[in-house]
Ligand binder design. Structure first.
Ligand SMILES: Cc1ncc(COP(=O)(O)O)c(C=O)c1O
Length: 371
C-alpha cells in the first residue's frame, strides 16, 4: 500500500464546471460572482461580517501588518512551533518576529510566555491554530486587551474549528485561513481573511488588487500585492466549503481511531483537545518520546519503507530555520516545550476520505514499531 500524507477531498469536475460556467463564458474570470459568493458563504460559516478571498493565506499574512499600520522595525509575537509562513510574512514587512514557547499539551502558543516577551517595541500578537486546534483565544485576547496591542490570528489550519462554541473567523482584529491542497477545505490554492472590521476588510480588499483605489481603480492607495482569487479557485473553494461539516466529521472519526490505537503505545502521546474548543482535524500528529521503543526518526524512516509518507511536523521549530538566522529576531529564553515537541511530532496520513483499511494499515505498522 502506498499512502501519501495528504490527499485533498475534491468536488467533481462537473460540479466545478457548472458553478464556474457563467463566469467562464462572460470572461469575468477573476474576482467575479463566484468569488463574491464564496466570500458571502464564508461569512455565514464563520459568523463574521466581512470576508476577503485571496490567492493564498501567506498573501493575507503579508498584507495584515500593512493594513494594521504596523511600522517597520516593530516586533510581533509568534509561536516558534508553527509553519514558516506565519513569521516569513513579518520579514517581508521589515518586522521582527519574537518566537515564543507553546503549551506542552495543546501545542499552541503559551499566553504566559507571550506576556514574558513583551517589550516597549511590541507591535502585535499573532495566535496560530496548530494542526487545526485553536490556541487559548480568551487568554491571548486578554493579554492583548490589557496591553493595548493589536492581535490577529493565523488560522491557516483552522477553518471548521470552534472556540467556546463560536466558529473561528471573528477572533481578534482578523483571522486568515488557508485553502491550499493540504487543508480540510481547499480551493486548490487560496486564502480567506475574515473580520468584523469594515475598514480593515476594505483595505485588504484593495491591497489584494495592488492597493487600487476601489472607486476609480487607477490610482494606488496602498502598498498592495497581486493576490486575487480566480473564479475557478473560488468555485472549488465554495464547493469544498459547502462540504466542510462532512469533511471535519469524517476526519474526527478517523482521528478518534488513531488516538484510540496509538496514544497508549509506550512513550507516545497526542495533542490534547480542551473542552472549550474543537479542531478542524487538519492533521493527526503522534508524539514519540525518548522513552518509546523506537525514535521518532526511526519510525519516520521505517514507515517510508512500508510505503507510508509521514512528516516531522513542525520541524525544525522556526527559530532554528536557516532563513530566520539571516534576519533580526528575538527568541524567548525558554522554548523547552517547543524544542521537545518538535523533536517528537510525526504527522501520519490523514484525509477526509481515508479508508478504514488505510488507517488500519498505518496503525498496524506503527504498532509493530512501537507496541
Ligand atoms: C500555520 C500556517 N500558516 C500559513 C500557512 C500558509 O498557507 P498558504 O499555503 O495558503 O499560503 C500554512 C500552510 O500550511 C500554515 O500551516
Amino acid at each position: 500500500m502506498q499512502l501519501s500524507i495528504i490527499r485533498p477531498t475534491l468536488p467533481s469536475m462537473s460540479e466545478i464546471m457548472q458553478l464556474v460556467g457563467p463566469s467562464w463564458d462572460s470572461g469575468s474570470i477573476t474576482l467575479g460572482p463566484t468569488v463574491k459568493l464564496l466570500e458571502e458563504e464564508a461569512c455565514q460559516r464563520t459568523g463574521t461580517k466581512y470576508s476577503v478571498a485571496l490567492s493564498t493565506c501567506t498573501a493575507g499574512l503579508m498584507m495584515i501588518p500593512g493594513a494594521l499600520g504596523l511600522p517597520r522595525g516593530k516586533e510581533v509575537i509568534v509561536p516558534s512551533f508553527t509553519f514558516a509562513a506565519t513569521a516569513q510574512a513579518l520579514l517581508w514587512n521589515g518586522l521582527t518576529p519574537v518566537f515564543c514557547d507553546c503549551l506542552p499539551e495543546t501545542c499552541t502558543i503559551d499566553p504566559v510566555d507571550i506576556e514574558r516577551n513583551l517589550s516597549p517595541n511590541t507591535g502585535a500578537i499573532c495566535g496560530v491554530s496548530v494542526f487545526g486546534l485553536p490556541p487559548d483565544n480568551e487568554a491571548l485576547l486578554d493579554v492583548a486587551d490589557r496591553k493595548g496591542l493589536p492581535i490577529y490570528f493565523d488560522s491557516a489550519q483552522g477553518l471548521g474549528a470552534t472556540y467556546q462554541d463560536r466558529p473561528l473567523g471573528g477572533f481578534g482584529l482578523c483571522e486568515v485561513f488557508s485553502m491550499s491542497p493540504t487543508k480540510v477545505v481547499t480551493a486548490v490554492e487560496g486564502g480567506l481573511l475574515t473580520t468584523n472590521d469594515r475598514a480593515l476588510a476594505e483595505r485588504i480588499r484593495s491591497m489584494r488588487d495592488y492597493g487600487k483605489d476601489p472607486i476609480n481603480g487607477e490610482e494606488m492607495h496602498h502598498l498592495g500585492l497581486s493576490a486575487r482569487m480566480s473564479e475557478l479557485h473560488a468555485a472549488v473553494g465554495l464547493l469544498s466549503l459547502r462540504m466542510m461539516d462532512e469533511l471535519v466529521k469524517a476526519r474526527m472519526e478517523l482521528i478518534a481511531i488513531y488516538r484510540d490505537r496509538l496514544s497508549t503505545l509506550p512513550g507516545c502521546w497526542v495533542q490534547k483537545f480542551p473542552s472549550d474548543r474543537t479542531t478542524s482535524g487538519n492533521y493527526f500528529v503522534l508524539f514519540i518520546t525518548e522513552s518509546a521503543r523506537a525514535s521518532r526518526d526511526e519510525v519516520y524512516q521505517a514507515l517510508r519503507v512500508a510505503g507510508i509518507q509521514t512528516k516531522r511536523y513542525f520541524y525544525p521549530p522556526l527559530h532554528e530555520h536557516t532563513l530566520f538566522q539571516q534576519f533580526p529576531k528575538r527568541v524567548s529564553s525558554n522554548l523547552r516545550h517547543t524544542m521537545k515537541i518538535s523533536r517528537e511530532g510525526l504527522a501520519l496520513p490523514l484525509y477526509s476520505h481515508t479508508t478504514l483499511e488505510e488507517i488500519n494499515y498505518v496503525c498496524m505498522q506503527v504498532e509493530q514499531l512501537l507496541g
